[in-house]
Ligand binder design. Structure first.
Ligand code: AMP
Ligand code: ZN
Length: 119
């Protein structure tokens, strides 16, 4: 498990910065976004400090698969409405031109009734 002591999301995982936790297991953590765009907006992150999707390799296949498989279940649990009338959006900003602000890999999961603040 890699930890970057300067990383805000590593601090959230460690409980050094408070968050509204959605889910936790041995390798994945999920918490509500502090500035939600949508009625439901949480982040799914690996506990290990991977800076972005640009650093993901074959060794992360199982972890990334688990995160994607978890997303729909947590989306419904957190109040997204069922597919197809409801649904959700999964977003993963990567790098400066990809709009990434926090350099710890995260999947945004957003949903709930429109309109949304953004997106
Ligand atoms: P991105 O632009 O994809 O890097 O998204 C970073 C997200 O992290 C933004 O939507 C922020 O609102 C969110 N964020 C930053 N700090 C915190 C925090 N302390 N707790 C929860 N969400 C945060
Ligand atoms: Zn980190």
């Amino acid at each position: 498990m890699t930890v970057d002591s300067a990383c805000i999301f590593c601090k959230i995982i460690a409980g050094k910065i408070p968050s509204r936790k959605v889910y936790e297991d041995d390798e994945i953590f999920a918490f509500h976004d502090i500035h939600p765009w949508a009625p439901v907006h949480f982040m799914l992150i690996p506990k290990s400090h991977i800076p972005s999707m640009a650093q993901v390799g074959p060794e992360h296949e199982a972890l990334m698969g688990r995160m994607l498989v978890l997303a729909p279940r947590l989306a419904l649990q957190e109040g997204c409405n069922p597919y197809p009338q409801g649904g959700f959006r999964i977003l993963c900003n990567t790098g400066a031109q990809g709009g990434q602000e926090v350099q710890h890999l995260h999947l945004h999961v957003m949903g709930g009734p429109r309109p949304w603040l953004k997106g």
